[in-house]
Write a protein that binds this ligand. Structure first.
Ligand code: G4P
Length: 523
């Protein structure tokens, strides 16, 4: 289907990852502005405080546009863009990691005054392991930030990735004059409130607003010029294949709030960001996006998006073929046939109600409890099962029980559903069967507790067990007597035995004592 291929080529599906306050919401809003979805940019107020609420819901309320909290689709420059939301907080949660499995590239937003924060490292390991192209945007150039050269060094050192600056700041904060657009060989002049002559050739870069002198005579110009020369000689070369492989990150500077550098960023980004690619199945076959038969996988389940209706939406990334409303698909895990009739699609402006979607797009399927995270759905005779979504080795654990012992039913229902959604991981103590929650980051517990109370009317008591090292063991090699207070024995969701070691020493002690027992970890 030639038309299908053409449609796929226009898709760009990505996530913006950042630390809180780096400017993700502002950038998203600027992109919507560039896409003509909203008419004026304004800082979205009062979005802080409630971690369970997405920033985008705020945008939606504020602007009265149709945005869901998880996916946002709009058209720009002949491309159809799908932005997937990731919660921005200190400990990137499993949810963020899984969302990365559904995108074709990633934009990382960094506050240029703060630089790269160490937690980003783990996220980067995953991005690199999966060879996801990553583009870096150093934001808030209108404020005094760290020297651009330092930021580049830090990015390379902390994340072990090569960098290529696509543009370079001429000053920052009060003395921000513009950007050397290295890639396009022009100067983008910073003239707040005056859009005329924004782009100039390198040799006539305009006037400095403060002094009325030509920009070329300012100290920041000289400094930037020298640095650009230095980068030309000593920096990395631009290599499109290295970008596509996630080995080289193109770096951009700008100010989202001032809308400065954003348009060139978006245009250049769209030029190099890949269209939807083939995905691997569990037996290592590639499913090409333009094959006729529809397939996709569930990367996120969100319950109770609307507290008035207890609905649950399974977010499906389309991998191949075309989605049509009302089509029948097979849910691979159960073999069950499911009709996709109650499906949401995500257009940021409601100009048209799209009835079909293609690879790269995300559809939200109303779910009555059929789906689990990682499920594959497909059409046609040939069964497809996409590679499992990564499970993460949790590091933090808590005992959990219902505050009110008489309310076991809602407690169990809540725990089961939230675990199915992948909000948190659940283990049971080997002997007692007590519930133990495992998480990658502290915030997951808070979200769990909050949602249990709000959505399931179940107050829970959490007792911290601290951090543990979780290691999976083969049941054939296991003797429950191997467990002790320093290495607790638990079962995971699929009944597999896992030891929770108190620390590295406890793990070493164990491997010395039982050299034949193989300990395994997940990502
Ligand atoms: P986030 O989604 O990554 O958490 O960041 P968000 O866009 O909410 O931005 C966090 C704060 O940083 C906001 O200010 C926002 O206005 C500001 N900001 C974003 N981009 C820029 C930029 O390029 N330059 C400057 N100077 N500030 C920027 P706030 O005071 O926390 O919120 P508000 O009261 O302005 O809404």
């Amino acid at each position: 289907m030639a038309n299908l291929k053409e449609q796929i080529d226009t898709r760009r599906t990505f996530a913006i990852i950042s630390h809180p306050d780096a400017g993700k919401t502002t950038i998203t809003e600027q992109m919507l502005l560039l896409g003509g979805v909203v008419r004026s940019a304004g800082t979205v107020k009062g979005r802080k405080g409630n971690f369970a609420k997405s920033d985008w819901m705020e945008i939606e309320q504020k602007r009265g546009i149709s945005v869901t909290s998880s996916v946002l689709q709009f058209d720009y420059d002949g491309k159809r863009i799908n932005i997937l939301d990731t919660p921005g907080h200190e400990d990137f949660s499993e949810d963020t990691y899984r969302t990365l499995m559904a995108v074709d590239s990633v934009i990382m937003v960094v506050d240029s005054a703060k630089g790269i924060e160490p937690q980003t490292r783990k996220l980067f390991e995953i991005v690199k392991e999966r060879h996801i192209p990553i583009f870096t945007f150093f934001n808030k150039l209108d404020r005094d930030g760290r020297p651009a050269m330092d930021l580049l060094d830090e990015l390379e050192d902390t994340l072990g990735v090569a960098t290529y600056p696509m543009n370079w700041p001429i000053g920052s904060g009060q003395v921000l004059s513009g950007l050397f657009d290295i890639y396009h060989q022009q100067v983008e002049v910073y003239r707040p409130g005056n859009e005329a002559e924004r782009f100039l050739p390198l040799n006539e870069a305009g006037t400095d607003l403060a002094t009325d002198n030509p920009i070329q005579q300012t100290p920041v110009w000289d400094e930037a010029r020298e640095e650009v020369e230095l980068l030309k000689d000593a920096g990395n070369k631009f290599d499109e294949n290295a970008v596509l492989d996630g080995e080289l990150t193109p770096v951009f500077f700008g100010s989202a709030l001032a809308g400065f550098g954003l348009e060139t960023f978006l245009q250049t980004y769209l030029k190099f960001a890949p269209a939807p690619a083939a995905k691997r199945t569990s037996n290592d076959q590639l499913v090409e996006p333009d094959q006729d038969e529809f397939s996709g996988f569930v990367f996120k389940i969100q319950a109770n998006m609307n507290p008035n209706h207890r609905d649950r939406i399974a977010f499906v990334r389309i991998v191949s073929g075309e989605f049509e409303r009302g089509m029948d698909v097979v849910l691979q895990r159960t073999g069950k046939k499911i009709r996709l009739s109650n499906v949401t699609q995500f257009m940021a402006d409601s100009r048209e109600n799209v009835e079909n979607a293609v690879p790269g797009d995300i559809i939200g399927v109303y779910d009555t409890g059929n789906f689990q995270i990682g499920d594959t759905i497909y059409k046609g005779k040939k069964a497809i099962e996409f590679k499992e979504l990564p499970t993460f080795t949790p590091e933090l654990f808590m005992h959990v029980r219902a505050k009110n012992v008489l309310k076991q039913k809602s407690f169990h229902k809540g725990v089961t559903q939230l675990v199915q959604e992948g909000t948190i991981q659940m283990y049971t103590a080997w002997d007692s069967g007590d519930y133990i929650l495992g998480a990658v980051g502290q915030l997951q517990f808070e979200v769990f507790q909050f949602r249990m109370a709000n959505e399931y009317n179940s107050e829970v008591i959490l007792e911290p067990m601290g951090s543990k090292i979780a290691r999976w063991v083969n049941e054939d090699e296991l003797d429950p007597k191997m467990a002790s207070s320093r290495n607790l024995l638990v079962r995971d969701r699929s009944e597999n035995p896992v030891f929770l070691f108190e620390n590295m020493f406890a793990e070493r002690w164990f491997t010395d004592k039982y050299p034949d027992v193989k300990l395994e970890q997940k990502l």
